[in-house]
Ligand binder design. Structure first.
Ligand code: M6R
Length: 610
């Protein structure tokens, strides 16, 4: 993953680089560094282990000046988080590199370069790049040519920026498998791994394509494609309307984002709900025709996005009556696949930059699916650009590493999609109207659900000394239990597993004792009586039950059973509604445990490496 920022300007760039890194910290935060070339061609490099704040402190104690610089926030892949492994990496006190991605043949290259006399000072794969550039530059030509020759020797993924201390008028960038954008200014230009990093200095961007190598000076951008031919990449104004802003009244971004869900849902549904019908005209005539033709669906995603795909499977098969397969992207990309006729390939992703999902999308195009559609939260992201169509979630920037509003807005979009497809595969007008009316009611129901916050905060105290937990659900609430478990483990570091409640007796019941909290999602539906029996099985073995139950279901507190009533909702949207109390539960447990809620250990927001 990692975050990259670069600037070539006529003013001091250190503060621009640091602000960019702060905005990119969601991509990795185990160490950070920057390097700036000053007016006398001196190189100033500062690196610190830990978060960007550590680097900022170091720079404020010994300020660095200069108009050309590159910076990096790291999520370690090769080499432990440490100052010596932090980027930028330097070769011969002249060439400087920041890199995002993984160089798979780094061991071979390292041996080769060591033979040539290069000394390595880090345990990273990245360091081979900077020595290779140095090596290639010694053969002659421009820095751009040296980088071109370098990238042909690299296997793996990279987004990189190269700087030459002796020629600070330009930065060379290269992209393959890791995103990079060029931000355009007046008499100054910038580079970043995500446009968000550059919003304080520009809103106009050029997106590099796979294999591009570019030279960026203060006034010009020259791009060569993967064949070395000069190409023009369109300059576009960012479509992202809202900057991430700050946490406002909230203690953490995650809490803010949980509370933003009613608004995020309203924005996502805006213009997509007619009086009784779903309206996906946003996909264009061609897109809608593809939906008319769809007779099967394959969804591929990772993490939280995978969990929302799992909910959609229930909806596609129940409402639209068509087969829906769901696969984790990292599995999909490495196994043989049968492609049904008229099968729509859907990717789900908050970031639109997840490496495994992007690779699966690429493969899907080769396999010949009818069409590809991305459900995504980031306009202009690789997934959106590389898919035939995109149905955007309008959740606004999600900063907390734990995904919340991106998940519930994905679900809303999926339900719209199921309905738009289902209308041609047997769903009745009455069914469609009831989905529309449920979705219209959703933002208000979520507002009421959020008012459970104080009760959930109290409930969370019971988890403070726990090490394991079990989440149970049935039907389309089973993936919601999966999502609840993922949230809890991700931010509180409590081991959490999710089971379809009917599976309990086939193994996990052996784990139940007084120390094992069991969280149950219990909407008022046909499966409630079955679920009650599963809860009895837990109680009979001394398990502690924490039940989120429809306020109209006849579930009561008792010994070892704590019931929190949830606002009643139409069954079809219940998975979205029950997600919210589970998000709040993980949040408050994490706060009690004192973990870093927004940036939990070992994780990053956008997983752009395999
Ligand atoms: O950006 P994506 O939705 O493609 O990301 C996929 C996962 O990495 C992501 O959902 C991850 O599981 C979240 N941190 C979960 O909260």
């Amino acid at each position: 993953m990692c975050g990259i920022v670069g600037a070539v300007a006529q003013r001091d760039v250190a503060e621009i680089l640091l602000e960019g890194l702060r905005r990119l910290e969601y991509r990795g935060y185990d160490s950070a560094g920057l390097a700036v070339v000053d007016n006398s061609d001196e190189l100033h490099r500062v690196r610190r282990i830990g978060k960007v704040a550590e680097l900022t402190d170091a720079v404020s104690q010994s300020p660095v000046h200069g108009g050309t610089g590159i910076a990096h926030t790291r999520w370690a892949t090769h080499g432990e988080p440490s100052e010596r492994n932090a980027h930028p990496h330097v070769s011969g006190d002249r060439f400087v590199v920041v890199h995002n991605g993984i160089i798979e043949n780094h061991e071979t290259l390292r041996a080769l370069l060591q033979n040539e006399g290069f000394e390595f000072t880090s345990g990273t794969d990245t360091e081979v790049i900077v020595h290779l550039v140095n090596h290639e530059q010694q053969k002659g030509g421009t820095l751009l040519e040296a980088v071109q020759r370098t990238v042909t020797q690299l296997e793996g993924a990279y987004g990189m920026v190269v700087m030459d201390r002796t020629d600070s008028d330009r930065l060379i960038v290269a992209r393959s498998g890791s995103p990079l954008v060029i931000g355009l200014g007046l008499g100054e230009n910038f580079i970043a791994s995500d446009q968000l990093a550059l919003f304080p200095v520009t809103r106009r961007f050029m997106y590099l394509e796979e294999g591009d190598v570019a030279e960026v000076t203060r006034t010009d951008v020259t791009i060569l494609d993967s064949n070395g031919h000069p190409v023009e990449r369109e300059a576009r104004d960012s479509e992202i309307e809202h900057d991430a802003g700050d946490k406002g009244q909230y203690r953490h971004y995650m809490l803010k984002e949980i509370h933003e869900q009613p608004e995020a849902l309203t924005n996502t549904l805006e213009g997509r709900l007619g009086e009784h019908q779903v309206n996906l005209s946003v996909l264009g005539k061609e897109g809608q025709e593809l939906l008319n033709r769809t007779r099967a669906v394959q969804i591929v995603a990772c993490g939280t996005s995978y969990n929302s795909a799992m909910v959609a499977r229930y909806w596609f098969e129940e409402l639209a009556g068509i087969p829906c397969r769901v696969e984790i992207a990292s599995e999909f990309r490495y196994r043989k696949f049968f492609v049904p006729e008229d099968c729509l390939f859907i990717t789900l992703s908050q970031s639109g930059e997840t490496a495994d999902t992007l690779a699966a999308l690429k493969l899907a195009k080769e396999l010949g699916y009818m069409a590809t559609l991305a459900i995504c939260n980031v306009p202009g992201s690789s997934m959106v650009r590389e898919s035939d169509m995109a149905l955007m979630t309008h959740a606004g920037a999600e900063i907390g590493v734990a995904s919340t509003k991106a998940f519930t807005t994905q679900l809303a979009n999926l339900l719209l999609l199921v309905t738009a497809v289902g209308r041609h595969t047997g769903m009745t007008a009455e069914q469609e109207a009831s989905v529309v009316s449920a979705l219209k009611a959703l933002p208000q129901i979520l507002k009421s659900t959020l008012s459970m916050s104080d009760d959930i905060e109290k409930m969370a105290e019971a988890f403070a000394d726990k090490h394991h937990s079990l989440f149970l659900g049935r039907g389309s609430q089973y993936p919601i239990a999966m999502e609840g478990a993922l949230k809890l483990k991700e931010i509180s570091y409590i081991h959490a597993e999710a089971y379809a409640a009917g599976e309990l007796k086939h193994g996990p019941l052996a784990l139940i004792d007084n120390d094992m909290p069991v969280i149950v999602v219990a909407p008022n539906n046909d499966l409630l009586e079955k679920l009650k029996s599963n809860m009895e099985e837990v109680r009979a073995r001394g398990g502690q039950l924490f039940v989120f139950a429809d306020r109209n279901a006849s579930l009561k507190n008792g010994e070892g059973v704590q019931v929190l009533p949830v606002e009643a909702s139409p069954e079809i949207i219940a998975p979205i509604v029950y997600t919210v109390p589970l998000q709040l539960l993980s949040y408050y447990v994490a706060v009690i445990k004192g973990t870093d809620v927004d940036q939990p250990r070992n994780l990053a927001k956008s997983v752009t490496v395999e």
